[in-house]
Design a protein. Structure first.
Length: 221
């Protein structure tokens, strides 16, 4: 587990090209930026080129987490998709969860947000047939993110060719990474377990985000 933790707790930046069929339509970036006892996860997605005029997307999600267990301290989401926009901030305390729209909830435990739950899954041990279960609180009530490990496949992306686990996270009644359903995350089948491919289904069809670059944010000896 220590080796797996090292893969992103020292800092990591993943860059993806987004495709709709054969056309490149956007870019996505996922970063983990460590501090002394906390980490910042930043996920951005935006459309580019001609497709930006067809369907404008400029989304950003930020999660501040405890390094000890990757549970959430603060989660911010900024959504800009076509004519739709939304902003929300959630603060996670030991005994309560506070939403920026004024809602307060009692919390008898620590929770993950949608973004930190995906990173927590990378740190966990699993095999095909397992279903990971993580407590999340982002839609106004406590829920469980179920993450079935459905298969292992070989995938080819600009960054290389990988054997990968196929995970299909779902939270009942909520979108995960904006997906309308059938989200699939392909994690490299090695100690790093980094997402090499993300497949998401939107109202107009399927988008594929293929990893093209992976960089350490902080070099270590």
């Amino acid at each position: 587990m220590f080796l797996i933790l090292l893969c992103f707790l020292n800092g990591e930046k993943l860059v993806y090209d987004g495709y709709f069929g054969p056309w490149k339509v956007g870019v996505a970036v996922m970063e983990f930026i460590p501090d002394d006892s906390t980490g910042e996860i930043v996920s951005t997605q935006r459309t580019t080129g001609f497709f930006k005029r067809v369907f404008y997307v400029d989304d950003k999600q930020t999660s501040i987490v405890r390094l000890e267990d990757l549970t959430s301290i603060r989660f911010k989401k900024r959504i800009r998709e076509g004519k739709y926009s939304a902003d929300i901030e959630i603060t996670y305390r030991e005994d309560s969860i506070i939403y920026s729209d004024g809602r307060h909830f009692y919390a008898g435990r620590r929770y993950y947000d949608i973004l930190s739950a995906i990173y927590k899954a990378r740190e966990m041990d699993f095999n095909v047939g397992d279903t990971l279960k993580l407590p999340v609180h982002t839609g106004g009530k406590p829920k469980v993110m179920y993450i079935p490990v459905v298969d292992t496949v070989k995938v080819s992306v600009p960054f290389g060719v990988f054997n990968a686990y196929v995970l299909s996270p779902v939270v009942k009644g909520e979108k995960v990474f904006g997906s309308e359903g059938d989200l699939k995350i392909f994690l490299s089948k090695d100690s790093l377990k980094f997402p090499v491919l993300i497949e998401t289904k939107l109202f107009f069809g399927k988008l594929l985000f293929r990893l093209k670059e992976r960089h350490p944010i902080e070099e270590t000896d």
